[in-house]
Ligand binder design. Structure first.
Ligand code: ADP
Ligand code: MG
Length: 331
């Protein structure tokens, strides 16, 4: 059965459509990701699916219930972990879980049982009686994930589950997420703007940009579809368009995307093609400042569909592109 079915869902704030007609299905037991830059509409989509925000149009079913008129049933079957921490810092970890279980009307015996179980799952048993204000960022996030599981949701929504955490803690959280999906068979829907997070965790990923889904598939299929290698050229902006025009004549180039002062080419056997590419550049008297070669990543897929990197957020774009380029060429 499908855990979630979304059909043409729209959320408008005045004239502006934050979510602009998205459709997808999530199968039971999947880890499904909405991946996109800040402002893409991910949180707004999650808020509609969790009944916190009414849709402007379209429809969706979560755990078999319509979000529009079966809100209580939907809520009974889901868990939500939001981007902003919502723990009571002056309570212990265990008290936070108890408070949540009481809200969900779970009776005492079952409550103690569930609390013990989730504390074990997120490995906080020995910190259960410590005040949350003394927890590290990673421990807090683990407690929130545990809390989202108390009521045994069929579908658990995680909005940017590792934002603000250091890379090592992020890895740990990923492992908890994988573990609970495997042990509990909980269907997970997460949003993220971290490419690696989507790549590592998700069975399928939807790329979201400007309120729309621009691509949707398994991470592997998305990358395989680009094919071959990516040859990434940093080009002196003068002559760039002319250069691209002449590259378009080469039939072995499967795809050309440009962003900032970079031109990315999808080709088979990238190493062997670099001399040919340089020859074309020479002929056109275009200065190539830098050449990199790598296997397509989800970032490349995103660039392919949107013509921008996922982290393009105003000012520091160029800097980000450079560091991205460095990271690739180091591999
Ligand atoms: P994401 O989670 O992908 O970063 P959001 O769903 O939070 O994106 O926001 C999508 C867009 O909708 C943004 O441009 C944001 O400013 C806008 N938006 C979100 N909530 C509101 C609101 N309540 N009123 C007006 N605009 C909003
Ligand atoms: Mg968000």
């Amino acid at each position: 059965m499908d855990a979630v079915v979304v059909e043409n869902l729209v959320k408008a704030f005045g004239e502006f459509k934050a979510v602009n007609g998205i459709s997808f299905k999530v199968r039971e037991g999947e880890i499904f990701g909405l991946l996109g830059p800040n402002g893409a509409g991910k949180t707004t989509a999650i808020k509609m699916l969790t009944t916190l925000l009414p849709p402007t149009s379209g429809r969706a079913k979560v755990a078999g219930f319509e979000i529009k008129n079966k809100q209580n049933e939907v809520r009974k079957n889901i868990g939500i972990i939001f981007q902003d921490p919502s723990l009571d810092e002056d309570l212990t970890g265990k008290e936070n879980l108890e408070f949540h279980a009481i809200l969900y009307n779970i009776e005492k015996k079952k409550r103690d049982e569930k609390i013990g179980e989730v504390l074990k799952l997120v490995e906080l048993e020995d910190k259960a009686d410590v005040l949350v204000k003394n927890y590290s960022g990673g421990m807090k996030r683990r407690l929130e994930i545990g809390r989202g599981l108390i009521q045994e949701p069929k579908v658990l929504f995680l909005d940017e589950p590792t934002v603000g955490l250091d890379p090592q803690t992020r890895r740990h959280i990923w492992d908890y997420i994988k573990k609970l999906n495997k042990l509990k068979k909980t269907t997970l829907i997460l949003t993220t703007h971290y490419i690696e997070e989507a790549d590592y965790l998700c069975s399928r990923v939807a790329f979201v940009e400007n309120g729309k889904i621009v691509a949707l598939d398994t991470p592997k299929a998305l990358k395989d579809n680009l094919g071959g290698d990516v040859v990434s050229l940093q080009v002196d902006s003068e002559g760039k368009e002319e250069f691209i025009r002449s590259l378009k004549g080469a039939r072995w180039i499967k795809n050309i995307s440009k962003h900032e002062d970079f031109v990315d080419l999808n080709v088979e056997d990238g190493e062997r093609r670099i001399p040919e590419i340089m020859a074309i550049a020479n002929k056109k008297k275009v200065a190539i400042k830098h050449v990199g070669l790598h296997k397509p990543s989800l970032e490349d897929v995103f660039i392919h569909y949107t013509g921008r990197t996922i982290r393009d957020e105003g000012g520091s774009t160029k800097e980000q592109m450079r560091s991205r380029h460095k990271a690739f060429t180091r591999r």
